[in-house]
Write a protein that binds this ligand. Structure first.
Ligand code: IPE
Ligand code: IPE
Ligand code: MG
Length: 272
């Protein structure tokens, strides 16, 4: 846990927001569905692409704040496998913005000790985008701070299909005893392997759905739906989300300590 003075200077609005948070109980992994760019642009009579352009500021501010808070990992949903259904020029603009974003931010990633990890079917992206992503991975692989996973051409169902295919191949070749397959085994084969499940999922723009994001990993995540459109999201909204997260009681199927008070004492039948 980082000392408060290192995160925000005393007397600032940011410091006041931070003082409401328990810095020892922040999410270890935050997932964000960055939605609402198109509506942001439409509301200004601008083409949708301008919404995507404006989104870059929100990504920068959010990632920088997450790193400063010392949150170990964030996964940003940037492009789903379903997003190929959009007009060709919109997809092309998104890919161009991604390349520009990496070029512009790589030095900042390094300065902030951020490790970039793209996830998704990257092999289906255009070669120039793949090369840029590789450059970001290579350039930040020695960084030991926040892991920034960028989900690109990502589908939660496709991720699970890949795991199932792997199991089928291993089983057919006699490389796996089927009874030994458990949650840890599956976790190890997901694109997010090595990271804890997201503690908190934020979706902006008021839409209340998962849209094929991290289907396995979100099993017990707290979900925070935020009405703000992604280009308007920033540290203020992030602090709100974290504050709300810390006011939730996570029970994971068990009882809250309050309810346990009124129950006869005894060991639970099964351990969590
Ligand atoms: C999210 O904003 C960005 C991507 C899905 C790539 P949208 O482009 O979905 O914006 P809305 O939902 O149409 O407003
Ligand atoms: C989800 O947003 C994907 C990303 C934010 C990258 P969409 O805008 O594609 O989701 P739907 O179509 O509203 O469910
Ligand atoms: Mg959308």
């Amino acid at each position: 846990m980082r000392p408060l003075d290192e995160i925000a200077a005393p007397g600032t609005e940011e410091r006041a927001a931070l003082e409401l948070l328990d810095l020892g109980a922040l999410p270890r992994h935050l997932a964000i569905i960055m939605d609402g760019n198109g509506r942001w642009a439409r509301a200004r009579n601008l083409p949708r692409v301008e919404g995507h352009r404006a989104a870059v500021r929100a990504v920068r501010e959010t990632v920088e704040t997450i790193a400063r808070l010392g949150i170990p990992a964030v996964t940003l949903y940037a492009f789903s496998t379903e997003n190929w259904k959009r007009p060709r020029h919109e997809v092309a603009a998104l890919m161009t913005l991604l390349k520009e974003y990496i070029d512009r931010e790589l030095a900042t990633f390094q300065a902030n000790n951020l490790q970039v990890r793209p996830i998704g079917r990257l092999d289906q992206l255009e070669p120039a985008v793949q090369r840029k992503l590789q450059k970001a991975v290579e350039g930040t692989k020695a960084c030991t701070g926040t892991i920034v996973q960028i989900a690109l051409n990502y589908s939660g169902r496709q991720e699970l299909i890949e795991v199932i295919r792997g199991v089928a191949r291993d089983a057919a070749a006699g490389r796996v005893a089927v009874e030994t397959i458990d949650e840890a085994w599956v976790n190890d084969r997901l694109m997010t392997s090595g990271l804890p499940d997201p503690d908190l999922l934020i979706r902006t723009s008021g839409e209340q759905r998962i849209s094929n994001f991290l289907l396995w990993q979100l099993a017990y995540s707290e979900i925070y739906f935020c009405p703000v459109l992604w280009p308007d999201f920033g540290k203020r909204e992030l602090f709100h989300a974290l504050h709300e997260y810390q006011s939730r009681e996570r029970r994971f199927g068990g009882l809250s300590p309050r309810d346990s008070l009124f129950e006869p004492t005894g060991e639970p039948v099964a351990k969590a």
